[in-house]
Design a protein around this ligand. Structure first.
Ligand code: 4NP
Length: 169
């Protein structure tokens, strides 16, 4: 279930993807979703951004190994890492965490619990993969980065299937 969205005619539906460093998984989810949005002529109706729960890599470009895996699938990664901030709860309609730690760290910033309904684990939208979380590829090899792209493509396609009827309504 997605949170209610009643402003489809006046503003875009805003998605925020969140991981730890904002240099591997969340920029990949952002790049994949932007690719799907363009393919389906939904530009302007759905917007994407990404952030990290940590401050480790603020200002950095996406990880080279992650970008290489994405390019092999026709996806270009862009942007500079930023840290998730409480203002993001208001600024976005849906906040997609890559793993359970990210999910808990995001919710810990929502002291009142007012925004918990906007925060989801992205893998809940997978249609084929059984994973509950997107594994952190940072300390692993090339295959881990490729796996992240394949998993996120499945999750983003499933997510878009749910968001699209809301923005076309
Ligand atoms: P991300 O990957 O959360 O997918 O961007 C990581 C990036 C950096 C680190 C860990 C995970 N790090 O420990 O610096």
């Amino acid at each position: 279930m997605l949170p209610p969205f009643e402003a489809a005619m006046t503003r875009p539906y805003r998605l925020l993807f969140v991981c730890l460093g904002n240099i591997c998984r969340s920029p990949s989810a952002e790049g994949i979703m932007n690719h799907l949005i363009q393919q389906r002529s939904l530009s302007g109706q759905i917007t994407c951004d990404s952030a990290g729960t940590s401050s480790y890599h603020i200002g950095s470009s996406p990880d080279r190994r992650m970008s290489a895996a994405a390019v092999q699938q026709g996806i270009t990664l862009s942007g500079a890492a930023r840290q998730f901030e409480p203002a993001d709860f208001e600024a976005f309609d849906l906040i997609l965490a890559m793993d359970g730690d990210n999910y808990r760290n995001i919710l810990a910033l929502d002291r009142s619990g007012a925004y918990a309904h906007k925060v989801k684990l992205i893998c809940q939208f997978c249609r084929h993969f059984k994973d509950r979380e997107v594994p952190d590829p940072y300390y692993g090899g090339e295959s881990g980065f490729k796996y992240v792209i394949d998993l996120l493509r499945d999750a983003c396609e499933g997510l878009l299937e749910q968001v699209e009827p809301q923005v076309r309504a």
